[in-house]
Design a protein. Structure first.
Lengths: 253, 278
């Protein structure tokens, strides 16, 4: 691989109680690129994303084997500060989830809780994050109104802004457009293309087409196995594995 | 005999309407009766003067003050403990024998007659801790009495907060406590406040436990160590001993108005808070 990798997953096995959902996964996620991890439901993709910022810790009965190196440092090491890790590796969920507070407070929550005291610094951070997620022009005159009044697409961009306000290094997106209309989806994809200049983005796309539109690299997972990975063009045009080919051509999934 | 669907629909509708109307009618006639008899008694003097001649004349100002302070003590003491227990049960522990025991105790406590709390308060606070008949003894006894209600309503409210809110909190690098205070509790607030309002109602209306712990003094209380006679107790004594039915009705009317005001006030407060978020 020519680019440096931001995250390096080595021999990851993941279990919920007895059920293994990720099997012996090895995957490098390059810096400043969009990597799409795609596959049918129950392939372990959501679990993989949740493991990358250890949100999986919250699930009762979950356990793992293997390593995930973030800039060369294993995130499972006992000396890793989990809240710190989650600030570096932000996550956007499939359901746009604004918290029951104002637009401004939603975005300001992360920085404030992280210890940012100065009001002007928080305001600056919020504006920057909203501009980057292309929501600023929509909401700049009504930052004090409840976030729940925004449309679904706007709320999802708010969720992205909320993550950006943490100044993360990696952004995980779990089917961020599955609840959105095509126009909102296009807007978010456009934002993501801009954001990759500064961030490492890992997305579970909700369609294969979305992976094709935005991803630099793709990884195909099936039932917890990583079947194939590589540059988007190569994998989509000349899949090496029959199962990848079958999935891409819509023979299953 | 089989009744066809349309007829049974009509009968059901008829019965349900009757039930609802009957309940509303009874409720309104009680409130109306008390207000009609009581409101004429309420005057400036009634509100500001202390009871004179055992309550035959004068006002009930000392009782109003006593009621408000006993209730305030109870709510201020019980709310943090109640919400704390609810947070522990929902967020900090998994379903286990311990949580079941706590929940079972709370539910059992909720079913105990208030006079039993009164007896406990009398023995423990009044005599053993030597607090005497006082607002503090009464308030603390009321606090124990309303604790189960606050725990149960808060627990239910916290449980209905979507799991996703917690995940959003954690994913933004919030600690567990930050996640609870910033994302979970604000969403659960309306339910929690509902429990507190319910408890306020119980405190204001309580008689048996208050007589045993706060006494029935007519003087204006000077501190939380003073004995007092709450409005419900005053009403009870006036009516029971036939001292003055007119003043009893006046007190009852004021009690109803007070509870209504507290309800409306709290609801407005919560709605204003929610309006900021939704």
């Amino acid at each position: 691989m020519t680019q440096t990798s931001k995250i390096d997953i080595k021999g990851l096995n993941f279990y919920y109680q007895q059920k293994q959902v990720i099997k012996e996964l090895n995957l490098e996620l390059p810096k400043n690129r969009i990597t799409a991890v795609f596959g049918p439901a129950n392939s372990g993709i959501t679990t993989l994303l949740r493991t990358l910022n250890r949100l999986s810790d919250l699930t009762v009965g979950a356990r793992h084997e293997g390593e995930i190196l973030l800039d060369g440092k294993n995130i499972f090491d006992p000396d890793v500060n989990v809240t710190e890790l989650r600030r570096r590796v932000g996550m956007v969920f499939d359901v746009p989830t604004s918290l029951p507070m104002s637009i401004f407070d939603n975005v300001a929550l992360g920085p404030r809780m992280g210890g940012m005291k100065s009001k002007s610094a928080v305001a600056e951070e919020v504006e920057k994050a909203l501009r980057m997620s292309a929501l600023w022009d929509d909401v700049k005159d009504r930052l004090d109104t409840p976030a729940a009044r925004l449309s679904g697409g706007q709320q999802q961009r708010l969720c992205i802004a909320r993550v950006l306000a943490l100044e993360p290094e990696v952004i995980l997106l779990d089917r961020p457009c599955s609840a959105l209309d095509p126009i909102s989806t296009a807007k978010i994809e456009e934002s993501l293309m801009q954001l990759k200049e500064q961030y490492t983005i890992i997305i579970a796309p909700h369609t294969v087409q979305q992976a094709g539109r935005i991803a630099d690299r793709v990884a195909f997972m099936l039932m917890g196995d990583l079947i194939e990975q590589g540059y988007t063009q190569e994998v989509f045009s000349f899949p090496k594995d029959n199962r990848t080919n079958d999935y891409l051509t819509g023979r299953f999934g | 005999m089989r009744i066809n669907a349309k007829t049974s629909e009509k009968i059901a509708k008829c019965l349900i309407w009757t039930a609802a109307l009957l309940v509303i009618a009874i409720l309104f006639s009680i409130i109306a009766h008390i207000l009609i008899k009581g409101i004429p008694m309420i005057s400036w003097q009634f509100l500001t003067d202390i009871p004179r001649d055992m309550g035959r004349s004068g006002g009930i100002s000392s009782s109003i003050v006593g009621t408000l302070i006993v209730t305030a003590v109870a709510v201020i003491v019980a709310t943090p403990f109640g919400i704390g227990t609810a947070i522990y049960l929902t967020e900090y522990t998994r379903e286990s024998r311990v949580t079941r025991i706590i929940r079972f105790s709370a539910e059992s406590l909720a079913g105990i007659p208030s006079i039993v709390y009164g007896l406990f308060g009398f023995i423990f606070f009044v005599i053993y801790l030597k607090m005497g008949w006082s607002i503090l003894s009464g308030g603390l006894t009321m606090a124990i009495m309303i604790l189960p209600t606050i725990i149960r309503t808060s627990e239910e409210a916290i449980r209905t907060v979507p799991q996703l809110y917690r995940e959003v909190g954690f994913s933004l690098g919030l600690t567990k406590w930050q996640t609870i205070t910033r994302t979970v509790l604000p969403s659960a607030l309306p339910g929690i406040v509902n429990g507190v309002i319910l408890s306020i109602g119980r405190c204001v209306a309580e008689t048996a436990a208050v007589i045993l712990t706060a006494g029935s003094a007519l003087r204006m209380p000077t501190s939380i160590f003073s004995p007092t006679r709450t409005m419900a107790v005053h009403f009870y004594i006036l009516a029971r001993e036939g001292i003055s039915m007119d003043n009893a009705y006046g007190t009852a009317a004021l009690l109803i108005i007070l509870i209504l005001l507290l309800n409306v006030g709290f609801n407005m407060l919560v709605n204003r808070f929610i309006a900021k978020g939704r």
